[in-house]
Design a protein around this ligand. Structure first.
Ligand code: ADP
Length: 454
C-alpha cells in the first residue's frame, strides 16, 4: 500500500490515543480548523481529551486490548463520524504497520509514515542493516538473526560486556546485558523465549555494550516530496531501566562539528527508509572517543518533542498534520535554536519503589511563569486510572542558559502540587536529579541513575 503523493484534505480526525498526547493533538487541530473525534475507554469517560474534542465515542472496556488497541472499534468511529484521518500519537497503535495499512485501505489518512517504513524501522536488525548500507555508524555486533554459536563468536571478537536485544523489542524492553561467556550461554535462550512471549518474535541480535554512553537523538521532519529536515537534537541520558525520565534540547555534550555529523547521519537514515512525517533517529554517543552510533528510528511523535518545540519554535504536531495533507515542508536548514529546554516526565508512581500508583487528584497546582509549559491531561478531581501508562504531566522549562534552566526547573518543582489519596508522584525524584553534580555539569550518561542506586 503506497501513499498517494497529492494533497488530501483533513476536515475531521479521530485521535486514536488518550492522556496528554491526545490533548496536545486536539489543541493543534483546533488551531488548524480540523474537527476532532476523541475515542475513550470506559475508564476514561471523564478524561480531558473527551471534554476538549468536538465529539467523543466510547470504544470499549478499560483494558487497552479492548479499547485503544481495538482496531475495528477505532475504524468504526471514523466511519460513524465521517472522519477522514486518524492521528495515532505515541504508544498504542502508533507504530503498528498493519494499523497504518488498514487505515489507508479504508480511505483514511494515517498521520504518520508509510506502513512499509513502519515495518522496516520496527525491526531493529533491518534498521541496523539500512544504517550500515547508508554509511551511518552502528554499534559493533551482529547484523542479522543470531544463533548462540554466532553470538559466542561475535562476543569473543568484540569483547564483553555485550547486550542482547530482541529485534522486535521497544520501549526499553527486550534487552539483557551479558558480562561473560558463561552468562551468554545461560541468558541467550532466556532472551529468545522472553522475546517470543513479549513480542511474538524470538529474533535476537547482539551489540557491544557501551559503558557510559549518552543518549542523543535527532528530530526529523520529512514531507511527501523527499525533503528531509533535522529539527534539532535532544539528549535523553537521564534514564531509569532504559526508560527516559528527563530530556533536554539541545544536548550540551557535543560541539558544532559532531552535531553537524549527527544531523547528516539522521537525515541520511530517514532518506534511506523513505521517511514521511515526524520521526526520531536515536544514537548512543561515546564520550571518550567522540563516536556516535545509530540504535533505532522511532516512527512517531516522541513524548519529549516539546523540548525541541521550545528551542526551535517549530510546532511539530502541526507539521505532522500539514505533511499528511500533502503540504511542502517550508522550514529552511539549519533550523535556528534559541536557549535551552528540559522536560520532566511526571509519573504517578511510588517514589521509593517506582511502582505505578492511581487515585484522585485532590490538590493540583501546576507551575507557571516565564519559560514554562505544562502538557497534561490532569485537572482537579480527575481520577488517575490504573490501566495505562503512568505519565501524568510533562513539565517543560526554557531558559537562556543551562544554568538558569536548572534553577528555573527547581523553582517550578517547588511550586507544583499534585496530591490525592493513594496518588504518588516522582516530583521529588526530579528535584534530586536536577541537583546531582553530574547533571549540573552535563556529565550525566545513561547509567547515572543506576550508579546512584536507582
Ligand atoms: P528501545 O527500542 O527499547 O527504546 P533502544 O535500542 O532505543 O531500545 O535502547 C534504549 C536504551 O538502552 C538506550 O538509550 C541505552 O540506555 C540502552 N542501550 C541500548 N543499546 C545499548 C548499547 N549497545 N550499549 C549500552 N546501552 C545501550
Amino acid at each position: 500500500m503506497t501513499k498517494s503523493f497529492h494533497k488530501r484534505e483533513i476536515k475531521k480526525v479521530v485521535i486514536a490515543n488518550r492522556g496528554e498526547i491526545a490533548v496536545r493533538a486536539i489543541r493543534t487541530c483546533k488551531e488548524l480548523g480540523i474537527k476532532t473525534v476523541a475515542v475513550y475507554s470506559e475508564a476514561d469517560k471523564d478524561s480531558l481529551h473527551v471534554w476538549l474534542a468536538d465529539e467523543a465515542i466510547c470504544i470499549g472496556p478499560p483494558s487497552p486490548q479492548d479499547s485503544y488497541l481495538n482496531i475495528p472499534n477505532i475504524l468504526s468511529v471514523a466511519e460513524i463520524t465521517g472522519a477522514d484521518a486518524v492521528y495515532p500519537g505515541y504508544g498504542f497503535l502508533s507504530e503498528n504497520p498493519k494499523f497504518a495499512e488498514i487505515v489507508e485501505a479504508n480511505g483514511l489518512v494515517f498521520i504518520g509514515p508509510k506502513p512499509q517504513t513502519l515495518r522496516l524501522i520496527g525491526n531493529k536488525i533491518k534498521a541496523k542493516q539500512v544504517a550500515k548500507q547508508a554509511g551511518v555508524p552502528t554499534v559493533p555486533g551482529s547484523w542479522r538473526r543470531t544463533t548462540l554459536a554466532e553470538a559466542l563468536d561475535i562476543a569473543y571478537e568484540i569483547g564483553y560486556p555485550v547486550i542482547l536485544k530482541a529485534a522486535a523489542g521497544g520501549g526499553g524492553r527486550g534487552m539483557r546485558v551479558v558480562y561473560s561467556e558463561k552468562e551468554l550461554r545461560e541468558k541467550f535462550p532466556l532472551a529468545q523465549s522472553e522475546a517470543k512471549v513479549s513480542f511474538g518474535d524470538d529474533t535476537i541480535y547482539l551489540e557491544k555494550f557501551l559503558l557510559k554512553p549518552k543518549h542523543l537523538e535527532v528530530q526529523i521532519l520529512a514531507d511527501q516530496y523527499g525533503k528531509v529536515v533535522a529539527v534539532g537534537d535532544r539528549e535523553c541520558s537521564i534514564q531509569r531501566r532504559h526508560q527516559k525520565v528527563l530530556e533536554e534540547a539541545p544536548s550540551s555534550s557535543i560541539g558544532e562539528e559532531i552535531r553537524k555529523n549527527l544531523y547528516e547521519a539522521a537525515v541520511k537514515f530517514a532518506q534511506a527508509v523513505g521517511y514521511i512525517g515526524a520521526g526520531t533517529v536515536e544514537f548512543l554517543y561515546d564520550i571518550q572517543s567522540g563516536n556516535f552510533y545509530f540504535i533505532e528510528m522511532n516512527g512517531r511523535i516522541q513524548v519529549e518533542h516539546p523540548v525541541t518545540e521550545m528551542v526551535t519554535n517549530v510546532d511539530l504536531v502541526k507539521w505532522q498534520f500539514l505533511i499528511a495533507m500533502g503540504e511542502q515542508l517550508t522550514l529552511e536548514e539549519p533550523i535556528r535554536t534559541d536557549g535551552f529546554a528540559l522536560e520532566m516526565r511526571v509519573n504517578a508512581e511510588d517514589p521509593n519503589t517506582f511502582v505505578p500508583s492511581a487515585g484522585k487528584v485532590e490538590r493540583l497546582l501546576l507551575p507557571g511563569g516565564f519559560g514554562v509549559r505544562v502538557d497534561t491531561h490532569l485537572y482537579q478531581g480527575y481520577k488517575v486510572p490504573p490501566y495505562y501508562d503512568s505519565l501524568l504531566a510533562k513539565i517543560v522549562v526554557w531558559a537562556n542558559s543551562r544554568e538558569e534552566l536548572i534553577k528555573r526547573a527547581v523553582r517550578v518543582l517547588d511550586e507544583t502540587i499534585i496530591e490525592g489519596e493513594g496518588l504518588k508522584t516522582n516530583l521529588d525524584f526530579h528535584r534530586f536529579i536536577l541537583q546531582t553534580k553530574e547533571f549540573k555539569e552535563a556529565k550525566h550518561h545513561v547509567k547515572l541513575l543506576e550508579e546512584l542506586g536507582y
